[in-house]
Design a protein around this ligand. Structure first.
Ligand code: 8P5
Length: 445
């Protein structure tokens, strides 16, 4: 069995997000976020659960960093709760909120774990939502002010910055389909929100450059590799449309200074062809240092005249995770090759992982299915590097079981098990598997 050894500097990490793990939703001066508001609204979340306590990471961060060190993480990707810093989104600062992240970052650095900060992982200050949220173009400016403060505070010690996590998901699930905060069902709003998020991203990148910081800044995009059900002309066209809509919508404006053709067509068909000032694309396309991708599964599509965009999804034949997502490791290899071919930019896998219905048996969690998922995807990451992709790192989703948005705590993605009744953490077998990967900087072929 050959050992597939990664480049020496390859960055092995794990990822979380503020609303999903911190808790302390209204403690020490933190302002309300749109996820606090949404999760407190009955009927939005599985069993009306919420992130008021979550993994209580706000109080347990020292223990959690110790566990990261035990696993041997080289980096830890986490997000900042914007309303913990600026309770109203801008203006009055909350020193206790800043202090929490200062202590967390100091602890990470003490353990030689590189902090990788996501500035926005969906928890917009409710006070800004009350002024239109992402439908209000000013929110982009407020975001860049918040980002500028974070750069000023931590720009000299944090080497990796991600402006937004998955703008497609936060724009579409939040504004078009209403499954996520702020729970709006307004397709036009999704396009406006998406555009203002991209503007926010660009303004933050400009602030980072103006500050002369030495680290790297990028964005995290969720991607699902697209395959046509058959090689018919119609299915190939459907696959092309889905790839543009699902994967390139938030990438092309950054690298090509324009939306994919399919997006413009949707805007025109609905008479929503907003006149976005061309200067917006000058800001949005401010050069970034890397692209982060979150990969979980693929999409198989076929032409269907009755579906949205004339594209219907077809379920894949392989094993599925607890989220109902098909396990398809080759999709990670294919998307890495496609994105690097098209954009020639360094890439981090900022999320990859699987939810399974873990159980504790005599103090252990034998999550062999998650070990297999991680192993097969890490192998594909190796093959992508071998075939020329400048892949810099891999962050498993997630460090610990956490609040899985509308699914509440019913879906476990962690390599660390969390008993929510006691807040006890237990390293799953997958944590020990990942520890070995990191120690050997590689995986058995
Ligand atoms: N079909 N299908 N689709 C596969 C992926 C759908 C898009 N959802 C994500 O990528 C979210 C991302 C988020 O950053 C994190 O906060 C979430 O906890 C994980 C797990 O859900 C993933």
């Amino acid at each position: 069995m050959a050992k597939l050894v990664f480049p020496k500097e390859f960055l092995w990490g794990a990822a979380t997000a503020s609303y999903q793990i911190e808790g302390a939703w209204n403690e020490d001066g933190k302002g309300e976020s749109i996820w606090d508001r949404f999760a407190h609204t009955p009927g939005t979340i599985y069993e009306n659960q919420n992130g008021d306590i979550a993994c209580d990471h706000y109080h347990r961060y020292e223990e959690d960093v110790e566990l990261m060190a035990e696993i041997g993480l080289k980096a830890y990707r986490f997000s900042i709760s914007w309303p913990r810093i600026f309770p109203e989104g801008r203006g009055k600062l909350n020193p206790k909120g800043v202090y929490f992240y200062e202590k967390l970052i100091d602890k990470l650095l003490e353990k030689n774990i590189k902090p990788a900060i996501t500035l926005y992982h969906w928890d917009l200050p409710q006070a800004l939502e009350d002024k239109g949220g992402w439908l209000n173009r000013d929110t982009a400016k407020y975001f860049s002010e918040y980002a500028n403060f974070m750069f000023y505070k931590f720009g000299d010690v944090v080497p990796i910055w991600i402006t937004l996590n998955e703008p497609f998901v936060s724009a579409f699930l939040g504004y078009a389909w209403g499954w996520h905060a702020p729970g709006k069902k307004d397709m036009k709003g999704a396009f406006v929100a998406g555009h203002n998020m991209l503007l926010a991203h660009g303004l933050a990148v400009q602030a980072y450059r103006d500050g002369g910081y030495k680290g790297n800044i990028g964005i995290t995009i969720n991607v699902a590799t697209v395959y046509p059900e058959t090689n018919s002309e119609e299915d190939l066209k459907a696959a092309e449309k889905q790839d543009a809509f699902g994967n390139r919508w938030f990438i092309d404006p950054i690298f090509k200074r324009k939306y994919p053709e399919i997006i413009w067509r949707i805007l025109e068909e609905n008479n929503w062809s907003f006149v976005f000032p061309a200067s917006d694309f000058d800001i949005i396309s401010s050069p970034i240092d890397f692209m982060g991708i979150n990969y979980y599964t693929r999409n198989i599509v076929a032409y269907d005249k009755n579906s949205h965009l004339g594209v219907k999804r077809v379920e894949g034949p392989n094993e599925h995770t607890d989220m109902g997502w098909e396990v398809y490791p080759d999709g990670l290899y294919d998307i890495l090759i496609q994105l690097y071919r098209d954009y020639k930019i360094p890439i981090y896998i900022t999320e990859n992982g699987a939810a399974y219905n873990d159980t504790v048996e005599d103090g252990r969690i034998r999550d062999i299915n998650r070990i297999n998922y991680l192993k097969e995807h890490i192998k594909r990451a190796y093959f992508a590097i071998r075939d020329g992709v400048d892949l810099r790192g891999y962050f498993v989703w997630s460090l610990m079981d956490n609040f899985e948005w509308a699914h509440g705590y019913s879906k476990r993605f962690g390599i660390i098990y969390v008993d929510y009744n006691t807040q006890k953490r237990i390293l799953k077998d997958s944590a020990y598997f990942y520890k070995k990967i990191i120690e050997e900087n590689g995986v058995d072929g």
